[in-house]
Design a protein around this ligand. Structure first.
Ligand code: ZN
Length: 98
């Protein structure tokens, strides 16, 4: 049964059940970002798992090269602004007394 409005993936084509666009469609991407605004890592793991399932589906289908699923499944979860992991707190901080 298809539930409309959830923009779920139809397998093995990995197209949206609602709008027919390659999944995750822009609507589903917006839903994912809205559902997990503070838990981007969980969303990344969730989408990575689905990406591997999609790769298996595309590979078993034998229809040729697998599309660029990395950008498609994970690209939209990248933070918009650069988020440098390395800090510079040891630089210029001198709280030790004389
Ligand atoms: Zn859709």
């Amino acid at each position: 049964m298809t539930v409309l409005g959830l923009h779920r993936a139809s397998r093995p084509s990995w197209r949206c059940e609602d709008c027919g666009k390659p999944w995750p469609c822009p609507e589903r991407q917006a839903m994912l970002l809205d559902e997990r605004p503070l838990d981007r890592m969980a969303a990344l793991l969730f989408m990575a798992k689905l990406m591997y399932e999609a790769i298996e589906d595309f590979t078993q289908d034998g229809t040729g090269p697998v599309p660029d699923l990395y950008e498609r499944f994970l690209g939209f979860l990248r933070p918009a602004e650069p988020d440098p992991a390395g800090g510079t707190e040891s630089e210029g901080v001198a709280d030790e007394g004389p």
